[in-house]
Design a protein around this ligand. Structure first.
Ligand code: GTP
Ligand code: MG
Length: 161
């Protein structure tokens, strides 16, 4: 399966990829420039991961990396409600590209290890990821210490063909 991971800067995309690829949580992450490409094997599935940069100047590239993938993962920082509006805007901007019609979407509310994080129902209200309609949509909460990463991996594996 090939997946693209997008979302605003500092939402935790690279940290998430580090945990699913090496099982290691590292404090030492630097803001991504352009993208990182990672390839991992999980059982008999090879995941090709485009970890795309989230700073404003890189957002116009998201569509290019998402084009042709088996699933898009959109990461949101669930402890930073002030960014929800921008996140929604960028998410809808991305999903509005005709090239991405029908691509399965997984929205991750990251940093759920921190007290006061927004729960899934609040993220759904804030981001309204169901518009436009997606055939395959999932919204999950995750964080560095959470086992939901396994659920996420399962979801991703199920999207491969
Ligand atoms: N507590 C907590 N901190 C996290 C989590 N994920 C990421 N962080 C922290 O959030 C900050 C940003 O993480 P990155 O993984 O660099 O974020 P990014 O989305 O890749 O950012 P860009 O590459 O600039 O788009 C870092 O200080 C991480 O340590 C998490 O699940 N829990
Ligand atoms: Mg990054």
């Amino acid at each position: 399966a090939e997946i693209a991971i997008v979302g605003l800067q500092a939402s935790g995309k690279t940290s998430f990829v580090n945990v699913i690829t090496s099982g290691q949580w590292s404090e030492d992450v630097v803001p991504t420039v352009a993208f990182n490409f990672r390839k991992i094997r999980k059982g008999n599935i090879t995941l090709k991961i485009w970890d795309v940069a989230g700073q404003p100047k890189f957002r116009s590239m998201w569509e290019r990396y998402c084009n042709g993938v088996d699933a898009i993962v959109f990461v949101v920082d669930s402890i930073d409600p002030e960014k929800f509006n921008t996140a929604r805007f960028e998410l809808h901007q991305l999903l509005g590209h005709p090239t991405l019609t029908g691509v399965p979407l997984l929205v991750l509310g990251n940093k759920n290890d921190i007290d006061g994080h927004a729960p899934v129902n609040e993220l759904i209200k804030a981001l309204r990821p169901t518009q436009p309609v997606r055939p395959s949509l999932s919204l999950q909460s995750c964080g560095v210490y959470s086992t939901s990463r396994d659920i996420v991996l399962q979801w991703l594996s199920g999207r491969s063909h």
